[in-house]
Ligand binder design. Structure first.
Ligand code: SAH
Ligand code: SF4
Ligand code: F3S
Length: 445
């Protein structure tokens, strides 16, 4: 009998890719995906632990989903991913309706774990030094973009971060498997691959480094674009920069997390670079790849962050001129080093700082996008916007969202779009009706 699976994914792209691995594994064991929890025999949440808020959301959701077990006691409720690894047995204590807790290195045995969880609460939270799931075939969702995890874990231990504790030591997939996955994605009709890893440019398999991986992937037929996220500034070698510049399919775009513009804060964060080193790297990238689009991650309210440190972040954002940024309030994570340090920035002050920084970045993004007005950009068509079938969206080479009037294009086509207007979040093609201005925010939501 086929079992019905309901799967919800939280957190970063690595979790999205892991969910596709889990689904591939479970489909092979006779499961079928359903899109409603009340139709499922197995309910699985793939969770995130990066900030406290991420865990609160999952607790809330588990409360709601638990009611399915009241009506149908045979339902298996499972928690996978980083929060499962972080809380382990505590999760079973706190939410007794949970039957299965499985960490990021336990997915290979998922069918057996679910069987066990039918009998008694089951815990699978051993981290592995070697597991890369290299031989598992992910069941990818339709679309133009295929996620390919090329490495797992992280050895950086930034003082604020839970990832090294919940995803274990850094390990890379064999290069042959990575290329095979790119070829497989191309054969399935995907037009773009995104290489994933917490420090993706630390990739290494014997003599093969990240630069060579890009060069080999660049030669795979059928793929139009090759992206990667997130590289760590300290792992960005000259060879990698050359490869980004020379590989035809690697677009001029890099996400380069900065975290803070203050050297004192960067040091306490254990980010392993100074502001000056970071800016030298930005210069090198700009010289090698003219017009490169940069985006970043920033944290406000780290322990000890003074008004002057925060101003340094504002100045850095102005100087560097990112196309976009993800900005977060610091959240202490039990287990990570900085959680032992007293919080010095109260929440209302974090709110003040994040509001100022978001507004500043919004103005910069708008300025950058307005500079594209009048130019023609190449867009990888993804499909209709939420508001209108007549207006489609896709990403430019610089990874900007572009809305354009739909004519004959099919999903996955590369379309030339003349930019007529811009918002902080997107570019609007010529002929897009003004109503679409609002629709842009939908694309992003
Ligand atoms: N490996 C990536 C980051 C992964 S987590 C890198 O090193 O760049 C994504 C982002 O979440 C981080 O870049 C950071 O900005 C944010 N983040 C991580 N831990 C956090 C915490 N404890 N509080 C607030 N933001 C955090
Ligand atoms: Fe976390 Fe730092 Fe590793 Fe990124 S590099 S995952 S921020 S420890
Ligand atoms: Fe969250 Fe785990 Fe990703 S903690 S951000 S889902 S690696």
């Amino acid at each position: 009998m086929t079992r019905r699976l309901y799967l919800e994914t939280y957190g970063c792209q690595m979790n999205v890719a892991d969910s596709e691995l889990m689904l591939g594994r479970l489909k092979g064991a006779g499961y079928r995906l359903v899109d409603r929890a009340d139709e499922a025999d197995v309910i699985l949440l793939n969770t995130c632990a990066i900030r406290e808020h991420a865990e609160q959301r999952v607790y809330g959701r588990l409360g709601e989903l638990s009611r399915h077990k009241l009506r149908r006691p045979g339902v298996v409720l499972g928690v996978a991913g980083c929060m499962a690894q972080h809380l382990r047995g505590k999760l079973l204590e706190r939410v007794p309706q949970v039957d299965l807790v499985v960490g990021p290195d336990g997915y290979r045995n998922l069918p057996e774990l679910i069987e066990a969880a039918c009998e008694e609460p089951t815990l699978a939270v051993r981290l592995s030094r070697v597991e890369t799931y290299e031989d598992l075939i992910p069941a990818r969702a339709d679309g133009v973009r295929a996620w390919v995890s090329i490495m797992r874990g992280c050895d950086k231990f930034c003082s604020f971060c839970i990832v090294p504790f919940v995803r274990g030591r850094e390990r890379s997939l064999p290069i042959g498997e990575v290329i095979r996955q790119v070829e497989h994605a191309a054969a399935e009709g995907f037009r773009e691959v995104v290489f994933l890893g917490q420090t993706v440019n630390a990739y290494r398999d014997g003599d093969v480094d990240f630069a060579e991986l890009l060069e080999r992937a660049d030669r795979v037929e059928g793929i139009a674009r090759i992206r990667f996220t997130s590289p760590h500034p300290s792992d960005m070698t000259d060879r990698a920069i050359e490869a980004i510049a020379s590989c035809r399919k690697v677009p001029p775009q890099v996400h380069l997390p900065l975290q803070s513009g203050s050297d004192a804060v960067l040091e306490r964060m254990r980010r392993t670079y100074t502001m000056e080193e970071y800016e030298v790297l930005v210069e090198k990238l700009r010289r090698a790849v003219p017009g490169i689009a940069l985006s970043t991650d920033l944290i406000v309210g780290f322990p000890g962050e003074t008004e002057e440190d925060f101003s340094a972040t504002l100045r850095a954002v102005e100087r560097i001129g990112y196309e976009s940024a993800f900005i977060f309030k610091y959240s202490p994570r039990p287990g990570a080093r900085s959680a032992e340090w007293p919080e010095t920035v109260p929440d209302r002050e974090k709110t003040r700082r994040i509001t100022i920084l978001i507004d500043r970045q919004k103005a910069i993004s708008l300025r950058k996008n307005q500079a594209d007005v009048g130019s023609t950009v190449e867009v990888l068509a993804e499909g209709p916007t939420k508001r209108s079938d007549m207006e489609w969206f896709g990403k430019s080479m610089h990874f900007k969202t572009v809305v354009f009037p739909h004519r004959e294009e099919r999903v996955g086509d590369l379309v030339s779009v003349r930019v007529a207007a811009a918002t902080p979040h997107a570019l609007l093609g010529e002929g897009v009706r003004s109503a679409a201005f609002a629709a842009l925010e939908d694309v992003h939501a």
